[in-house]
Design a protein around this ligand. Structure first.
Ligand SMILES: [Zn+2]
Length: 316
């Protein structure tokens, strides 16, 4: 039996060696590319049907596929926070018509300018569209990537307190965090925080999402945590609670610190492939025991490592 294992192992090494010889490292990397993009990250979520759930008082969430919008029921009409895409909006309209047959959507509120949060919005035909004053300008830069967008008609800058149909909402501006137009929202009366792109429940964000500035992003997470609200609502993946918000913040910082510790050993010189190879291994070994079972840990480890390695080098 032992001899069989030895022979099989030798054979495997021989086959791998021949294969490597055929393409060398390029061959190995080309093979890795065929597997590197995950098919297990989005797939469990994209099949989710639409569900409208009450969170607290007049605040609801609508979850479909990968995304989750906030809905507030007011005596004057409904407010919808983020619209994601046309399919999402179509399912949302059906759910709202069932739950609130006599009400229409009076307000759309955009959390930020990213196209994956604002597509489909024209389909709601809201009276007013609220969002950061730069959103229209950012969206106009991507005419091919967006078609059914309702432009912001009520621009906001900085922190704001708004009264939508008698429900007060704190708009918490998060400068230099994730995009330059990001808001978190606190519905104080129901003690609900909507944390768009600022909370992932036991999950790594997709490709460590582009367009964020690490120090400002952590300040944004800390600002939401300091509210110590009863309910926290993420815009993607699973629903969660206050502790999940804290855990996500701590994972974000732990990951960054693991990469920073490695880069410090190289005197913050990131432009060295051998150091990157050593460091990604060390960071993986350090983080895997605590976060290895989080959704997307393996799927997103490489892009996330690259993002923080580069970010530490450049200061972003
Ligand atoms: Zn975003």
């Amino acid at each position: 039996m032992n001899r069989l294992v030895v022979v099989l192992s030798l054979l495997a090494v021989l086959v791998a060696g021949l294969w490597m010889l055929a393409g060398g490292e390029k061959g190995l990397r080309k093979f890795a590319f065929t597997r590197v993009m995950p098919v297990t990250y989005f797939e469990p979520y994209t099949v989710r049907p639409g569900t409208l759930d009450n969170v607290s008082g007049p605040v609801y969430t609508f979850t479909k596929g990968f995304s989750r919008a906030l809905v507030i029921d007011t005596p004057e009409g409904l407010a919808v926070f983020d619209t994601f895409d046309a399919d999402f909006v179509s399912a949302l309209k059906t759910a709202l018509a069932l739950q609130f047959p006599d009400k229409s959507v009076k307000w759309i509120v955009y959390s930020h300018n990213h196209l994956d949060h604002v597509r489909g919005s024209a389909g709601l035909q809201a009276e007013q569209v609220i969002g950061h004053e730069l959103i229209n300008q950012f969206v106009a830069d991507w005419p091919e990537a967006i078609g059914d967008f309702a432009m912001v008609t009520r621009p906001v800058t900085g922190d704001a307190r708004m009264n939508l149909g008698g429900v007060e909402i704190d708009f918490l501006y998060m400068p230099h965090s994730h995009s330059s137009t990001l808001y978190g929202f606190h519905v104080r009366g129901a003690d609900v925080v909507y944390a768009p792109d600022m909370m992932f429940v036991r999950a790594f964000p997709p490709f460590d999402f582009p367009d964020f500035y690490y120090p400002g992003y952590v300040r944004a997470l800390d600002r939401l945590i300091a509210l110590r609200a009863a309910h926290y609502v993420p815009s993607h993946l699973d629903a969660g609670n206050f502790q999940d918000m804290i855990d996500f913040r701590n994972m974000t910082v732990s990951f960054h610190e693991a990469v920073r510790t490695e880069l410090a050993k190289n005197n913050y010189d990131a432009a060295e492939g051998a150091a990157m190879r050593r460091s990604i291994q060390a960071a993986y070994d350090r983080l895997e025991p605590e976060y290895g079972d989080w959704h997307g840990f393996d799927d997103m480890f490489v892009p996330k490592f690259g993002r923080h390695w580069g970010g530490l080098y450049l200061g972003y």
